[in-house]
Design a protein around this ligand. Structure first.
Ligand SMILES: NC(=O)c1ccc[n+]([C@@H]2O[C@H](COP(=O)([O-])OP(=O)(O)OC[C@H]3O[C@@H](n4cnc5c(N)ncnc54)[C@H](O)[C@@H]3O)[C@@H](O)[C@H]2O)c1
Length: 335
């Protein structure tokens, strides 16, 4: 039979990641779709062989549905995820966990009250190159981490979301809140925290809306570019750039500089992880290429979420960790 899961918000991330990953998971029996735009729920129900419901209450009030993916836009997460937890559902919430730390803390309160699992979709941790890098760093094969440089940039979300135009919610202050910082930046902030087993404590940044325009041709209300310098709790120094205006191929690269060498991740086009040792040795790992908007493969996040429910173990990305990354986004935007 398998368990029943619900998806709130039937746009692009639901269509390209959550729905196919639930469908492929052997423990999942049925997917129930809800979107406040009912046609979108119907479309995904047809495409993935599930069922669409017309109201969120039908989803949250159904005791046979035990888990929910919150794939709504940023401003709705603290409402949908909180309600789902308080209705006794396990929740996989999209990033950013909320539009600010205050709302995210309310989600954590609901999680503690409910005793249900809360996982956040910081999927960068799960890629093979990042997993391998984590293994090398944890074993201290290159000694201690000293500095880092991370980047995440692509052509922008107006060609990704279900509304493929400049009137997208991603460009609106009250819905996205943090622009490219909360869209792409938060992925790399979480990745640095994870890889380094550390937390960015201080951040100095510049950010701006350099090029994107909204549906009326005016500069967007949120930033399309961020550059920043960071210091971690353990004293590591790093730089980070996040952009919606890289009008060539996507840049998803991270370089970690250690005492005995350098790790270059998604930097070289043939080898996803390159280790340059201080003694001159070079080791190249050819692992799978990262998921991009044009290359959708199983991220492993839904499998990990279902696994945490079935085996009653702590989710691999916790709400507390997601709040730590959101805190850095708030700091860098000086919110
Ligand atoms: N983890 C990742 O790699 C990744 C990638 C892209 C997007 N995201 C995140 O996923 C979320 C959704 O992004 P998307 O790209 O799918 O956007 P989208 O615009 O394509 O889809 C969002 C959908 O949510 C629906 N929606 C909005 N508010 C709702 C509400 N209150 N109740 C019900 N439905 C509601 C909209 O009608 C729309 O169909 C965002 O938080 C985004 O940051 C994560």
């Amino acid at each position: 039979m398998g368990i029943k899961v619900g998806i709130i918000g039937c746009g692009s991330i639901a269509r390209y990641r959550h729905a196919p990953e639930y469908k492929a998971n052997p423990h999942v029996g049925e997917i129930i779709f809800y979107d406040r735009n009912p046609e979108r729920a119907e479309v995904l129900a047809k495409e993935f062989g599930g069922r669409a419901v017309k109201t969120v209450e039908e989803l949250l009030g159904d005791p046979s549905i035990i888990a929910i993916s919150d794939c709504s836009s940023n401003e709705a997460h603290h409402i949908n995820t909180t309600n789902a937890l308080l209705c006794g559902k396990h929740v996989l919430c999209e990033k950013p966990l909320a539009i600010n730390v205050k709302y995210a803390e309310k989600i954590l309160d609901a999680q503690r009250k409910s005793g249900k699992k809360l996982m956040v979709d910081h999927n960068q941790r799960f890629t093979k190159a990042h997993q391998k890098a984590k293994e090398i760093l944890d074993k201290k094969e290159l000694g201690e981490v000293l500095t880092f440089k991370t980047t995440f940039g692509h052509q922008g979300p107006e060609s990704w979301g279900v509304n493929k135009s400049n009137s997208t919610w991603f460009f609106k202050k009250e819905r996205s809140h943090s622009g490219v910082a909360g869209d792409l930046g938060i992925h790399k902030i979480d990745l640095i925290h994870y890889l380094l087993d550390d937390e960015i404590e201080e951040v100095h940044s510049f950010y701006a809306a350099l090029d994107k325009v909204d549906g009326n041709g005016n500069p967007i209300e949120v930033c399309d570019n961020v550059v920043c310098a960071c210091k971690t709790k353990k004293g590591r120094l790093g730089t980070a750039s996040f952009s919606w205006t890289y009008y060539g191929s996507e840049d998803n690269s991270t370089i970690i500089y250690c005492q005995k060498g350098v790790l270059k991740i998604y930097h070289d086009s043939d080898a996803q992880l390159v280790i340059e040792k201080r003694d001159g040795t070079i080791v190249k790992y050819e692992l799978e290429s990262i998921q991009t908007n044009d290359n959708q493969t199983n991220t492993g996040v839904v499998d990990a979420f279902i696994d945490s429910i079935m085996n009653n173990v702590k989710p691999l990305v916790t709400g507390e960790q997601a709040v730590a990354s959101l805190r850095v986004v708030e700091k860098l935007l000086d919110a």
